[in-house]
Structures are given as C-alpha cells and as structure tokens.
Design a protein around this ligand. Structure first.
Ligand code: MIC
Ligand code: SF4
Length: 643
C-alpha cells in the first residue's frame, strides 16, 4: 500500500510503536525550536535532566514573544536563554531577528525532517515539507536530550486544491475556508496533507500561512509536498542543498478527502471570537474598523508585506484607523528597507513595530473599548488582544490593507487590478543575529545567567490511591489555553514565575478561581469539548498543578494540552457518557476511589458525585507510557525513575 507524505516521514523516524491509527508512536526528532515565553521553562526542565549537549541535528532558541521589556524580567530571561543556548549546543536567535516560525522556515527548516517546537504554530514548517509539531516545553526538553517524541498515530486527511486563486484572494482565505469546513476541533488526531494541481501555484510563504493555521483546526500538523517551488525557495535562501523531493504515493490511502476549488474562493474573515467563525467579507458588510494589525507568524512574509506596501503606496491610512505592521523577520524588514517598500508603509502612516509577535499575543496595541480590530493573525480568542471587549476579525493582508485605507471592512477586490509581486530570486541573507553555540570543549566554562524572576517550577508527587476533591470550576466547550493561563503584557513577563502567574489562572472565566483553589487546597476542573485548544504553553498545566488541581474531567481534549497535563502529573479524564457533564455542579464533592489501581491496571475509572449521591464512569486519556508517567507524578519524576 502506498504512503502519504507524513507516513513516509513517520516511517523513517519511527523509534517505537506501529503506524496504525491511534497507537502510541515514538519519533526521532531532528530539530527543535523554542521561543522565550515557553523557553525559559523548557530550558529549566532541560537542565533538570542533566544532559550536557543537545543531541538533535539542530536546536534553535528564539526570542520573539516577550520583547516589550517593561521591567527586568524579560531581559533577565533572555540572558538566561542565551547563556543556556551557548553552553548546551543550541543556536540563539537574538531579539529583533524575528518570529520563530518565520525565521525557522527561512534559515533552518529542511524538507523530510522532524521538528518539534514549544509553540503550537510550529507546523508552519509543513510549508516546506517538514513534519513539524507543537509540543509542551518538557517534550521539547526530552527531544533536545535525544529522547523520542510520542504522539498517537494520527489519521490522514487529504485536501486537494484545484485551479488558481482569483485576484486579491490569498492563502489566508484558503485556510479560513478549511476552518469553515472543518471547525476548530475538526483536525484533532489528524494530519492534514495538501495536494492537487493547485499546490504548484502556491509559493512557500503561502503554503506556510496554511500549515501555520492548521493549528487552529486542532490538527497534529499540516504538510505540503516538497517540489520545485520548495526547491526555488530554498535556493533563494542560499540553501538549495537542503532540498529533497517529497510527495505522497499515488495509491496512498487517506481517512478523509476534501476538494477545494481555488477559483471559487472569495476574501473571508474569522469573526469574533473563534478562528472558525468564518464569513465572507461581503456577508459581514462594511463595518467600521478602529484598528488594523498586520504581521504574526501567519502573514508577515516578504510577499505579504510587499502586497500591503503596494496597496498603501501613495495613500494615507484612514484618520479613524490605527494601522500597525510587524515584519516577520529581520530578513523581511531589511529587504523592505532596501527596496523602498518600507518608505511606502511609513509614508502611508503605518506604525512599524519590531519583528516579533507583538499584538498577536497582547504585547501592546490593544484595541480601544469595544474596538473592532482587523488582524492578519491566527487567533481571535476573547480577551487575547488585551482588551476584554475587543472584537477581533482575522483577515488576509490584502483585506487588512484595503480596510485600513477606507476605515470600513473592505473587500480588496474593489481595489481594481492587482499588481504582480514576484518571488525574489535571492533573499537577503545575513545571519548576524543568530549566535552559534560555544564549541563543546569550551562549554564547561560558560556561566548560566539567572535573574530573580526565575522561580522553581512546581513538582508533583505520585498519584494518590484515591482522589477526593471538589469540582472547583465548571466551564463549557472550546476553552482555550488563553482562558486557562492568559498571556498579554501584564502576565507574559512572568512565565518563569509560576507562583505569580497563579493569580491570573482562569481569570477570563472566573476571577475567584485562584483564591478558591488556595482555600480548598485541591480541586478537579470540569469542562466540555475541545478543552485546552490553542497554545502549547505548559503553564496551562503547571499553574493548575501549583494550585492543587488533581484531575481535569472534560468531554474531549485538544492534543497538546492533554499531553501537557499528563507531563505535569495531572490526570486527564473524559466522560464516558457526555450527558454526565450536565449532572455536575461547580463545587460538588467528587471522589475517584482507587484511582491509582485503575490507572495502573487499565481498570474502570469511577467518579462518585458525593454531593448528588450519584456515580458514573470516566476514561483516562493516557497511553501506557503516560499512565506510568502520571503514576510517578509527571514526566520529570518518570524520567528520573527510568534513567
Ligand atoms: C500563542 O500564539 O498563543 C503563543 C503565545 O505563541 C503560544 C505559546 C505560548 O503561550 O507561549 C502557542 O501558540 O503555543
Ligand atoms: Fe507569536 Fe502570535 Fe505566532 Fe504565537 S501565534 S508564535 S504569539 S506570532
């Protein structure tokens, strides 16, 4: 039987398990990446493992999230990461060099290789045919130490793209169409592979926009073939020798197949507050716009910003609109500066931000009260922009730029003829902001620089015989990691300070939650479908652990968050019968008798609702390895016990 692209990469990296859907597989990891908001914790965990040098082919530490530096905290963490990188064999991308996913695609990604990153948008690398997955910091630490990365073997989904996009419709509109079709949970447990004759018409940055936002489908990853377009991109990056061809076998078998006619697509937007709340621009109508933000790892490539510059050239941003633009990398920024496009953006009135995540993660540029913000980003979860009642619409760079000029949501197809933006034959290559690690023989003398913001991470003990705790919080469907552990400029600087962060846990849903946990000393969180969607931040598990959360009982989980809970030693459980969710009220007394025995022996997980006098069954969402991990009290304890 023929293989899909992903199955070929999995087969060549398989360390354990079998390639049958749902089985636990271990994969050899060739490359890792971290960013600073998850990196400090990941490197503290890496240090705790006691491995002197990374064992991957390439590991890169990026600084791109926490660049506001409103106090000493971020700068201290950056110095910590830089010194760790130097000592342990990791390349260091300095602040200002760009967003991890954009820079990794430009400078390090290689078709056919495996990559895990402590950021959920790591699948961006699928744009050049990498098997690139988001993971929790602990999993990245283990991979840096040479350990495999474990996932359950995903289903294979094929999306065939046919024909060519019409003028003014772009890659963002393709992925918004996929989100409309499949929803934010439609990709869970699946790898999305793109094929069909339309693929050849898409450049690598366009493909990367699509694989990037596959994270919003909940997919394990998304991937494009590696073809002549990929070769031309790598050659233009001076890395032609990294290219290999990669395609699926003609008789490859997919679990699901979808067809999209590119020519029939129109400009679209994801309306507040979910990336799958997709409507056409014309359906939404000419709503008044207060702010436009262009950038993020989804849409900040050279081609994206050249398109924006060509729309804004010689014009002025509408007086009621604030337009901010963050180029994705120093390479992009520098090229725009050299060819004059930057001058066009500045002249039009754009507020140019540094090459970083910026407003995408609420680091500045929060919209006004009730403000409508059009963003070329990938997430519009409630409150993520930093303004609780901000209304964020996710759009293409073309729609964003057109609307910035008119002051109302505008279909860019109204702009007339679209000018051609050619893919450069040579990108500007200058890696002077990427610091290589110290040679192994000098590593011993590198001092690790630790600031006072770094506090020890919480540890957990072995799983108790019986868990008895209240349903300390009950939430609904699609709870995101931004609900569980918000980011933004006030909280993000404290990613290495779990005690401080705990004051904000679930703040979006219930401000009393941290206080209640402290009073009760322990608790069980109850939730609906797709619990933990969004970010890979393991803080959404470590902070609840610190607050005494013993188990999370929901209808279904998002992949990375579920793994992060197990890594932290918190028990992830799903209702066997989803109707049992309705019968639990917040603060009901719950009991999981002999839970240790049930986890160890694959026994029935019984949940007693002591308050209501009822009882029902739940299931642990754990592989055999994760069972051992939870019994030991998390991945670090498990690794220590098994070394
Ligand atoms: C995000 O887009 O939510 C982030 C910030 O990049 C996160 C990582 C983090 O929380 O640090 C992600 O996507 O994994
Ligand atoms: Fe950064 Fe936003 Fe991309 Fe996350 S989604 S990596 S915050 S640009």
């Amino acid at each position: 039987m023929g293989l899909t692209i992903a199955q070929k990469i999995i087969q060549s990296h398989l360390v354990s398990g079998e390639m049958t859907v749902g089985s636990d597989i271990g994969l050899k990891i060739d490359q890792t990446l971290t960013q600073d908001a998850t990196g400090t914790m990941a490197y503290l965990e890496f240090e705790a493992m006691g491995v002197p040098r990374v064992k991957t082919e390439r590991s890169v530490a990026y600084i791109d999230h926490n660049t506001l530096q409103t106090g000493f905290e971020n700068a201290d963490d950056h110095r910590f990461i830089q010194s760790i990188a130097k000592k342990h064999g990791i390349w260091f991308s300095r602040p200002g060099n760009g967003i991890c996913h954009q820079v990794h695609l430009e400078r390090f990604g290689i078709p056919g290789k495996t990559l895990i990153g402590s950021d959920s948008h790591t699948p961006t690398g699928g744009g050049i045919g990498m098997l690139a997955m988001g993971a929790g910091g602990m999993d990245v630490a283990v991979a840096m130490g040479g350990g495999p990365y474990y996932i359950s073997m995903p289903k294979m989904v094929r999306i065939n793209l046919h024909g060519k996009l019409p003028a003014w419709v772009s890659a963002k509109d393709i992925i918004l169409e996929v989100l409309r079709l499949l929803s934010v949970k439609g990709g869970v447990g699946k790898i999305i592979e793109y094929g069909g004759d339309g693929v050849a018409s898409l450049t690598v940055p366009e493909r990367a926009t699509i694989t990037n936002m596959g994270a919003e489908l909940g997919a394990t990853t998304s991937i494009f073939p590696s073809d002549e377009v990929t070769r031309a991109f790598l050659e233009a990056q001076g890395r032609g020798s990294d290219w290999t061809e990669l395609s699926s076998d003609p008789d490859a078998v997919y679990d699901e197949t979808y067809e999209i006619d590119l020519a029939s697509l129109v400009p679209m937007a994801a309306c507040p507050h979910s990336p799958d709340n997709v409507k056409t621009i014309d359906e939404i109508g000419k709503i008044k716009v207060d702010q436009v933000c262009i950038g993020s790892c989804t849409n900040s490539s050279y081609l994206d910003l050249m398109r924006v510059a060509s729309i804004l050239k010689g014009k002025t941003v509408h007086p009621d609109v604030s337009l901010a633009i963050a180029p994705g990398s120093k390479q992009v920024y520098n090229m725009l500066a050299q060819n004059g496009a930057l001058a066009d953006l500045i002249a039009a009135g754009a507020r140019i931000l540094e090459c970083a995540c910026g407003p995408c993660i609420g680091m500045g540029l929060s919209p006004n009260s009730h403000g409508i913000s059009l963003r070329t980003f990938n997430r519009n979860f409630e409150g993520r922009s930093g303004t609780a009642d901000g209304q964020v619409y996710l759009v293409s760079p073309e729609t964003a730029a057109a609307s910035a000029l008119t002051g109302v949501l505008t279909n860019p197809q109204a702009l007339g003829e679209e000018s051609a933006i050619p893919m450069p034959e040579h990108f500007l290559i200058n890696d002077n902001m990427i610091v290589p690690p110290a040679p192994a023989e000098e590593a011993g003398s590198v001092e690790i620089l630790r600031g006072p913001n770094i506090k020890p991470f919480p540890t957990s003990g072995p799983l108790e015989e019986t868990i008895a705790a209240k349903a300390i919080l009950k939430v609904g469907d699609n709870i995101t990691t931004d609900h569980i552990m918000p980011a933004g400029s006030k909280i993000l600087p404290y990613r290495s300070n779990i005690p401080y962060m705990s004051n904000f846990c679930f703040a979006v849903c219930d401000k009393e939650f941290p206080e209640r946990c402290r009073r009760e000393g322990k608790g069980i969180v109850v939730g609906g479908e797709n619990y933990g969607q969004g970010s890979s931040r393991e803080h959404a598990a470590l902070v609840p652990l610190y607050l005494g959360i013993k188990a999370v009982l929901v209808k279904s989980f998002a992949r990375i968050h579920c793994a992060n809970l197990a890594n932290a030693g918190i028990l992830p459980l799903i209702f066997k019968d989803k109707a049992d969710y309705d019968a639990i009220d917040q603060m009901d007394e719950l009991e999981l008798p002999d839970i240790r025995g049930a986890i160890a022996n694959h026994g029935k997980v019984i949940v007693k609702n002591v308050t209501k006098g009822t009882e029902f069954e739940a299931e642990a969402v754990l592989t055999d390895r994760q069972r051992a991990m939870v019994l030991a009290g998390g991945l670090l304890n498990y690794t220590r016990e098994n070394n």
